[in-house]
Design a protein around this ligand. Structure first.
Ligand code: UD1
Ligand code: UDP
Length: 368
């Protein structure tokens, strides 16, 4: 059974690494059955070394069979270029299934190119909803869920969300591949002591922040508000800068951030896990980082008006603060002052990848 996996953006490399690593183990346990074979296509949505190649090296992801080199651009142009390249790659590879992850433009292009060629689509991280249609990601995930044959949900909430849209066939609650990833990589990520000492930081004595969403970065007044809030926390704040945020800060004229704010380039996944694990507090608009905070037992403040990962909020580990400086500072103080109870396991048991492969190997082709 031949899988064609489409990746393009940072979190997709991390998610895809889990399944790519599991395939040989899965095959070795299935002597006598047809083996799962995977080819990877990289759209080129992310292309800086620290946004792409670093994850292939660190996580041992196989080299892509096709690299489309699409790069950045407005949504229509970027997605359209991906569609052209993906259609060619899919026609050449003739896979039984196309596998897509998450909710980026690469996810949408992968799903759309496949379904038009009558290749069934498997969507990992199906059923997530923010119910905010102003987010490009919400449009992408709704569209891809509705064109997929297999919908692999990380949570029971995601299954319910799909049910509300009439999607019940092909829906599988498997757990979160990012939890698989964290469990596998945490021990390999090291203590990160060198990182902190290079930055002049001490464990459990700094906040770690990430911001990259268009909704946050594209409005200079919001960026300024957040930078102001970071200066009020009474803790050094470490901010690994997504390239979108780096250029937005430059354009917003935030040349001299408050002295407690340390700006660094994006870091590798292992370094990120080390920095998260040792942070006293995490502030973020990232989906993946909210969950990692939860799994690592670090209090989190979400710099958005809503979250798809409602379980982290229900368990008391995540506060939805929006982007108003006063609200952010108040949420941070509240988060630091309270120790929630043990988080439970709403994201599965770390074996989502095996479940996904099992479903695909049993039901997935070859196509007649
Ligand atoms: C994309 C996803 C978002 C995901 C994020 C993960 C969409 C619509 N958004 O957002 O869901 O959370 O990836 O990080 O698909 N840039 C570089 N170098 C790079 C990559 C990007 O300089 O390697 C800059 C470019 O100026 C580009 C901007 O970042 O225009 C935004 O990149 P893009 O891939 O369009 O969206 P992200 O904000 O990264
Ligand atoms: N991440 C990383 N280096 C960084 C920032 C984030 O490796 O400098 C990891 C983070 O640990 C998580 C993933 O990237 O696993 C989240 O990706 P991102 O925030 O870009 O996208 P989102 O999850 O919001 O779609």
């Amino acid at each position: 059974m031949k899988l064609l996996t489409v990746v393009g953006a940072r979190p997709q490399f991390i998610k895809a690494a889990v399944i790519s690593r599991t395939i040989p183990l899965f095959n070795s346990r299935r002597a006598g059955h047809r083996l799962v074979q995977e080819v990877l296509v990289h759209t080129g949505q992310h292309y800086d070394d620290e946004m792409s190649e670093i994850f292939f090296r660190e996580l041992g992801i196989p080299a892509p069979a096709h690299h489309l080199g699409v790069g950045s651009g407005p949504h229509g142009q970027q997605t359209g270029r991906m569609l052209e390249g993906l259609e060619r790659a899919m026609e050449k590879e003739a896979p039984d299934i196309v596998l897509v992850y998450g909710d980026t433009n690469s996810t949408l292009a992968g799903g759309l190119a496949a379904v038009k060629l009558h290749i069934p689509v498997a969507h990992v991280e199906a059923g997530l909803r923010s119910y905010n249609r102003a987010m490009a990601e919400e449009i992408n995930r709704v569209a891809v869920d509705h064109l997929s044959t297999w919908l692999f949900c990380p949570t029971t909430q995601a299954v319910k969300n799909l049910g509300c849209e009439g999607l019940v066939t092909g829906v599988h609650h498997v757990g979160d591949v990012m939890y698989d990833s964290l469990r596998y990589n945490l021990a390999r990520s090291g203590a990160g002591a060198h990182l902190l000492s290079e930055l002049g930081l001490r464990p459990n004595d700094y906040a770690l922040a990430t911001i990259h969403r268009a909704e946050t970065t594209d409005r200079p007044e919001i960026l300024r508000e957040l930078v102001h809030a970071f200066g009020q926390l009474g803790l050094p704040v470490l901010l690994p800068l997504h390239p979108r945020t780096r250029s937005a800060m430059r354009q917003a004229g935030i040349a001299l951030p408050p002295s407690g704010l340390r700006l660094i380039p994006p870091v590798s996944y292992h370094d990120m896990l080390s920095l998260e694990r040792q942070a006293k507090l995490i502030l973020t608009d990232s989906g993946g980082v909210q969950k990692e905070a939860f799994w690592l037992g670090r209090p989190c403040v979400t710099l958005r008006g809503e979250t798809e990962w409602v379980e982290t909020v229900d368990a008391g580990w995540n506060r939805i603060a929006g982007t108003d400086a006063e609200e952010v500072v108040a949420a941070a103080r509240a988060a630091l002052g309270e120790q929630p109870s043990a988080p439970g396991q709403p994201y599965g048991d770390g074996h989502a990848a095996e479940r996904i492969l099992e479903v695909l190997a049993v039901h997935g082709g070859p196509r007649g």
